[in-house]
Write a protein that binds this ligand. Structure first.
Ligand code: BG6
Length: 466
């Protein structure tokens, strides 16, 4: 009951949630830099401008920018085989429009990759994780504008050319299907009609396919994946209406991997456009580009499952990190209202593999919880160990009993970072504690939690000791 030889164990973060240094060494502001702190009952505000007297948690985050050596050393101590991270586009092209990249930004990622490789840790890199240069949102209305495809193409060529010898595994857009739930996160648009969301998503499909094709043409050893935001639904009952509601809810989200894994819009996608009066404007070669830029693997996040029921609309909850549908009476929830469903992970792996027959990675999974530092400085996060252990067991069964080709598993927010939905620090996922609070106070000191030592043993035993 072990994992396959060479399985990539590790952790994951996103640049805007951990790096800080939001305006250091030439970085431009991004869409993540205008967000205030929220809470479970208080959504973050995305402001129109950056004000001096407002606290923006992502500006300093946990200052990975200046602590990366110390942090990577801790990753190495846990025995990481890989580390999933993202590149901040606005560090490379501060507004997105420049013709030349920012050398200091490029150098930073060179340094991070070198540090990882020094310990034999394989970087897995997301090109765009919920942040776009703010300038492109303010002046182009984000991805609604076709011109942004060109700016993204320029950016992805620069990073692929620069890092292809150091980074083998890439992903284009984080949780690309979240566009229909939160256009600001992924499309850099403040508000968007259905027509605008699907047009902007078309631009992202083309941009992603161009990056995949460029990588394949120039660097055939690279693997470029898509990243699905883990939405998996069960019918609330066996009533045919609920089963059909589930099918239709899932169609909306699977629309995204369908295009990126298969390389075309299928009949169901076209019927959806027709029913909703969506008219996708395509340029002459777009269909060829989509076909030529099919991804090599599917990565996905997994935190929860939901239930579909006829007549209940599935939507993102107030604080933006959970999906509300019908209640599932069989599952407990986290303090942030996400259902806890380890077996759902095995179901998700089976379902995605059946549809696409591609290798997979689980690049986000974990428990957001409040941690207490005991008097002796120890953090006993047994609840997190329990959560992770149960999920990893299901993964192991999926590999060994179902034959699922799983390449990697990375725990989300392996070092405590700023929560994306609420901007809180106290919603912690990490195996490494960071002394920082919701108001930005704290020493930034890093301390391994109990789950650090537990995960180290999981990795050392290749998944046997859970
Ligand atoms: C995923 C995102 O949706 O969920 C991450 O890719 C995010 O960026 C994670 O951090 C957890 O959500 P939250 O709101 O708890 O940070």
């Amino acid at each position: 009951m072990r994992f396959p030889e060479g399985f990539l164990w590790g952790g994951a973060t996103a640049a805007n949630q951990c790096e800080g240094a939001w305006n250091v060494d030439g970085k431009g502001p991004s869409t993540a830099d205008i967000a205030t702190v929220g809470a479970i009952d208080k959504p973050r505000i995305y402001m129109n401008e950056i004000k001096d007297d407002v606290y923006y948690p992502n500006h300093e985050a946990v200052d990975f920018y200046h602590h990366y050596k110390e942090d990577i050393k801790l990753f190495a101590q846990m025995g990481y085989k890989c580390y999933r991270m993202s590149i901040a586009w606005a560090r490379i092209f501060p507004t997105g429009e420049e013709s030349e990249p920012n050398e200091a930004g490029l150098q930073f990622y060179d340094d991070v990759f070198d540090e990882l490789l020094k310990y034999g840790i394989e970087p897995i890199v997301t090109m765009n994780h919920y942040e776009t240069p703010l300038y492109l949102m303010d002046n182009y209305n984000g991805w609604s504008n076709r011109k942004v495809v060109d700016y993204f193409e320029k950016y992805t060529k620069v990073i692929l050319d620069r890092y292809h010898k150091k980074v083998k595994y890439w992903m284009t857009f984080n949780e690309i299907n979240s566009a229909i739930l939160n256009p600001l996160f992924s499309l850099a648009m403040r508000e968007a009609s259905l027509q605008e969301v699907y047009q902007a998503s078309h631009h992202q499909f083309v941009a992603s396919a161009k990056a995949v094709k460029y990588a394949h043409d120039h660097y055939p050893d690279l693997q470029v994946g898509m990243m699905y935001g883990g939405i998996f639904s069960y019918p609330h009952t066996c009533k045919p209406e609920d089963v059909m509601a589930c099918e239709k809810d899932m169609d909306r989200y699977l629309y995204f991997p369908n295009v990126m894994c298969r390389g075309y819009y299928d009949n169901k996608a076209k019927a959806f456009w027709k029913k909703n009066n969506i008219n996708i404007k395509m340029e002459e070669h777009d269909e060829e580009i989509l076909l030529a830029g099919k991804v090599d693997y599917i990565a996905f996040s997994y935190y929860m499952t939901m239930c579909s029921s006829a007549g209940i609309e599935v939507k993102m909850n107030l604080v933006g990190s959970s999906i509300d549908g019908a209640e599932n009476p069989y599952l407990k929830k986290t303090d942030w209202d996400l259902t806890i469903d380890p077996m759902g992970l095995r179901y998700a792996l089976n379902m995605l593999y059946d549809r696409y027959q591609l290798p997979m990675m689980i690049v986000e999974n974990g428990l957001g919880a409040v941690d207490t530092v005991e008097a002796d400085g120890i953090i006993n996060d047994d609840y997190r160990i329990d959560y992770l252990s149960k999920h990893i067991k299901e993964m192991r069964t999926a590999i060994n009993e179902d034959g699922i080709p799983l390449l990697a598993y990375t725990t989300w927010g392996c070092i405590d970072i700023i929560a994306a939905g609420t901007g809180e620090m106290k919603k912690r996922y990490g195996q490494i504690y960071v002394d920082r609070d919701d108001a930005g106070n704290g020493s930034m000191k890093r301390t391994p939690k109990k789950s650090f030592y537990w995960y180290k043993d999981v990795i050392a035993s290749n998944g046997e000791n859970l």
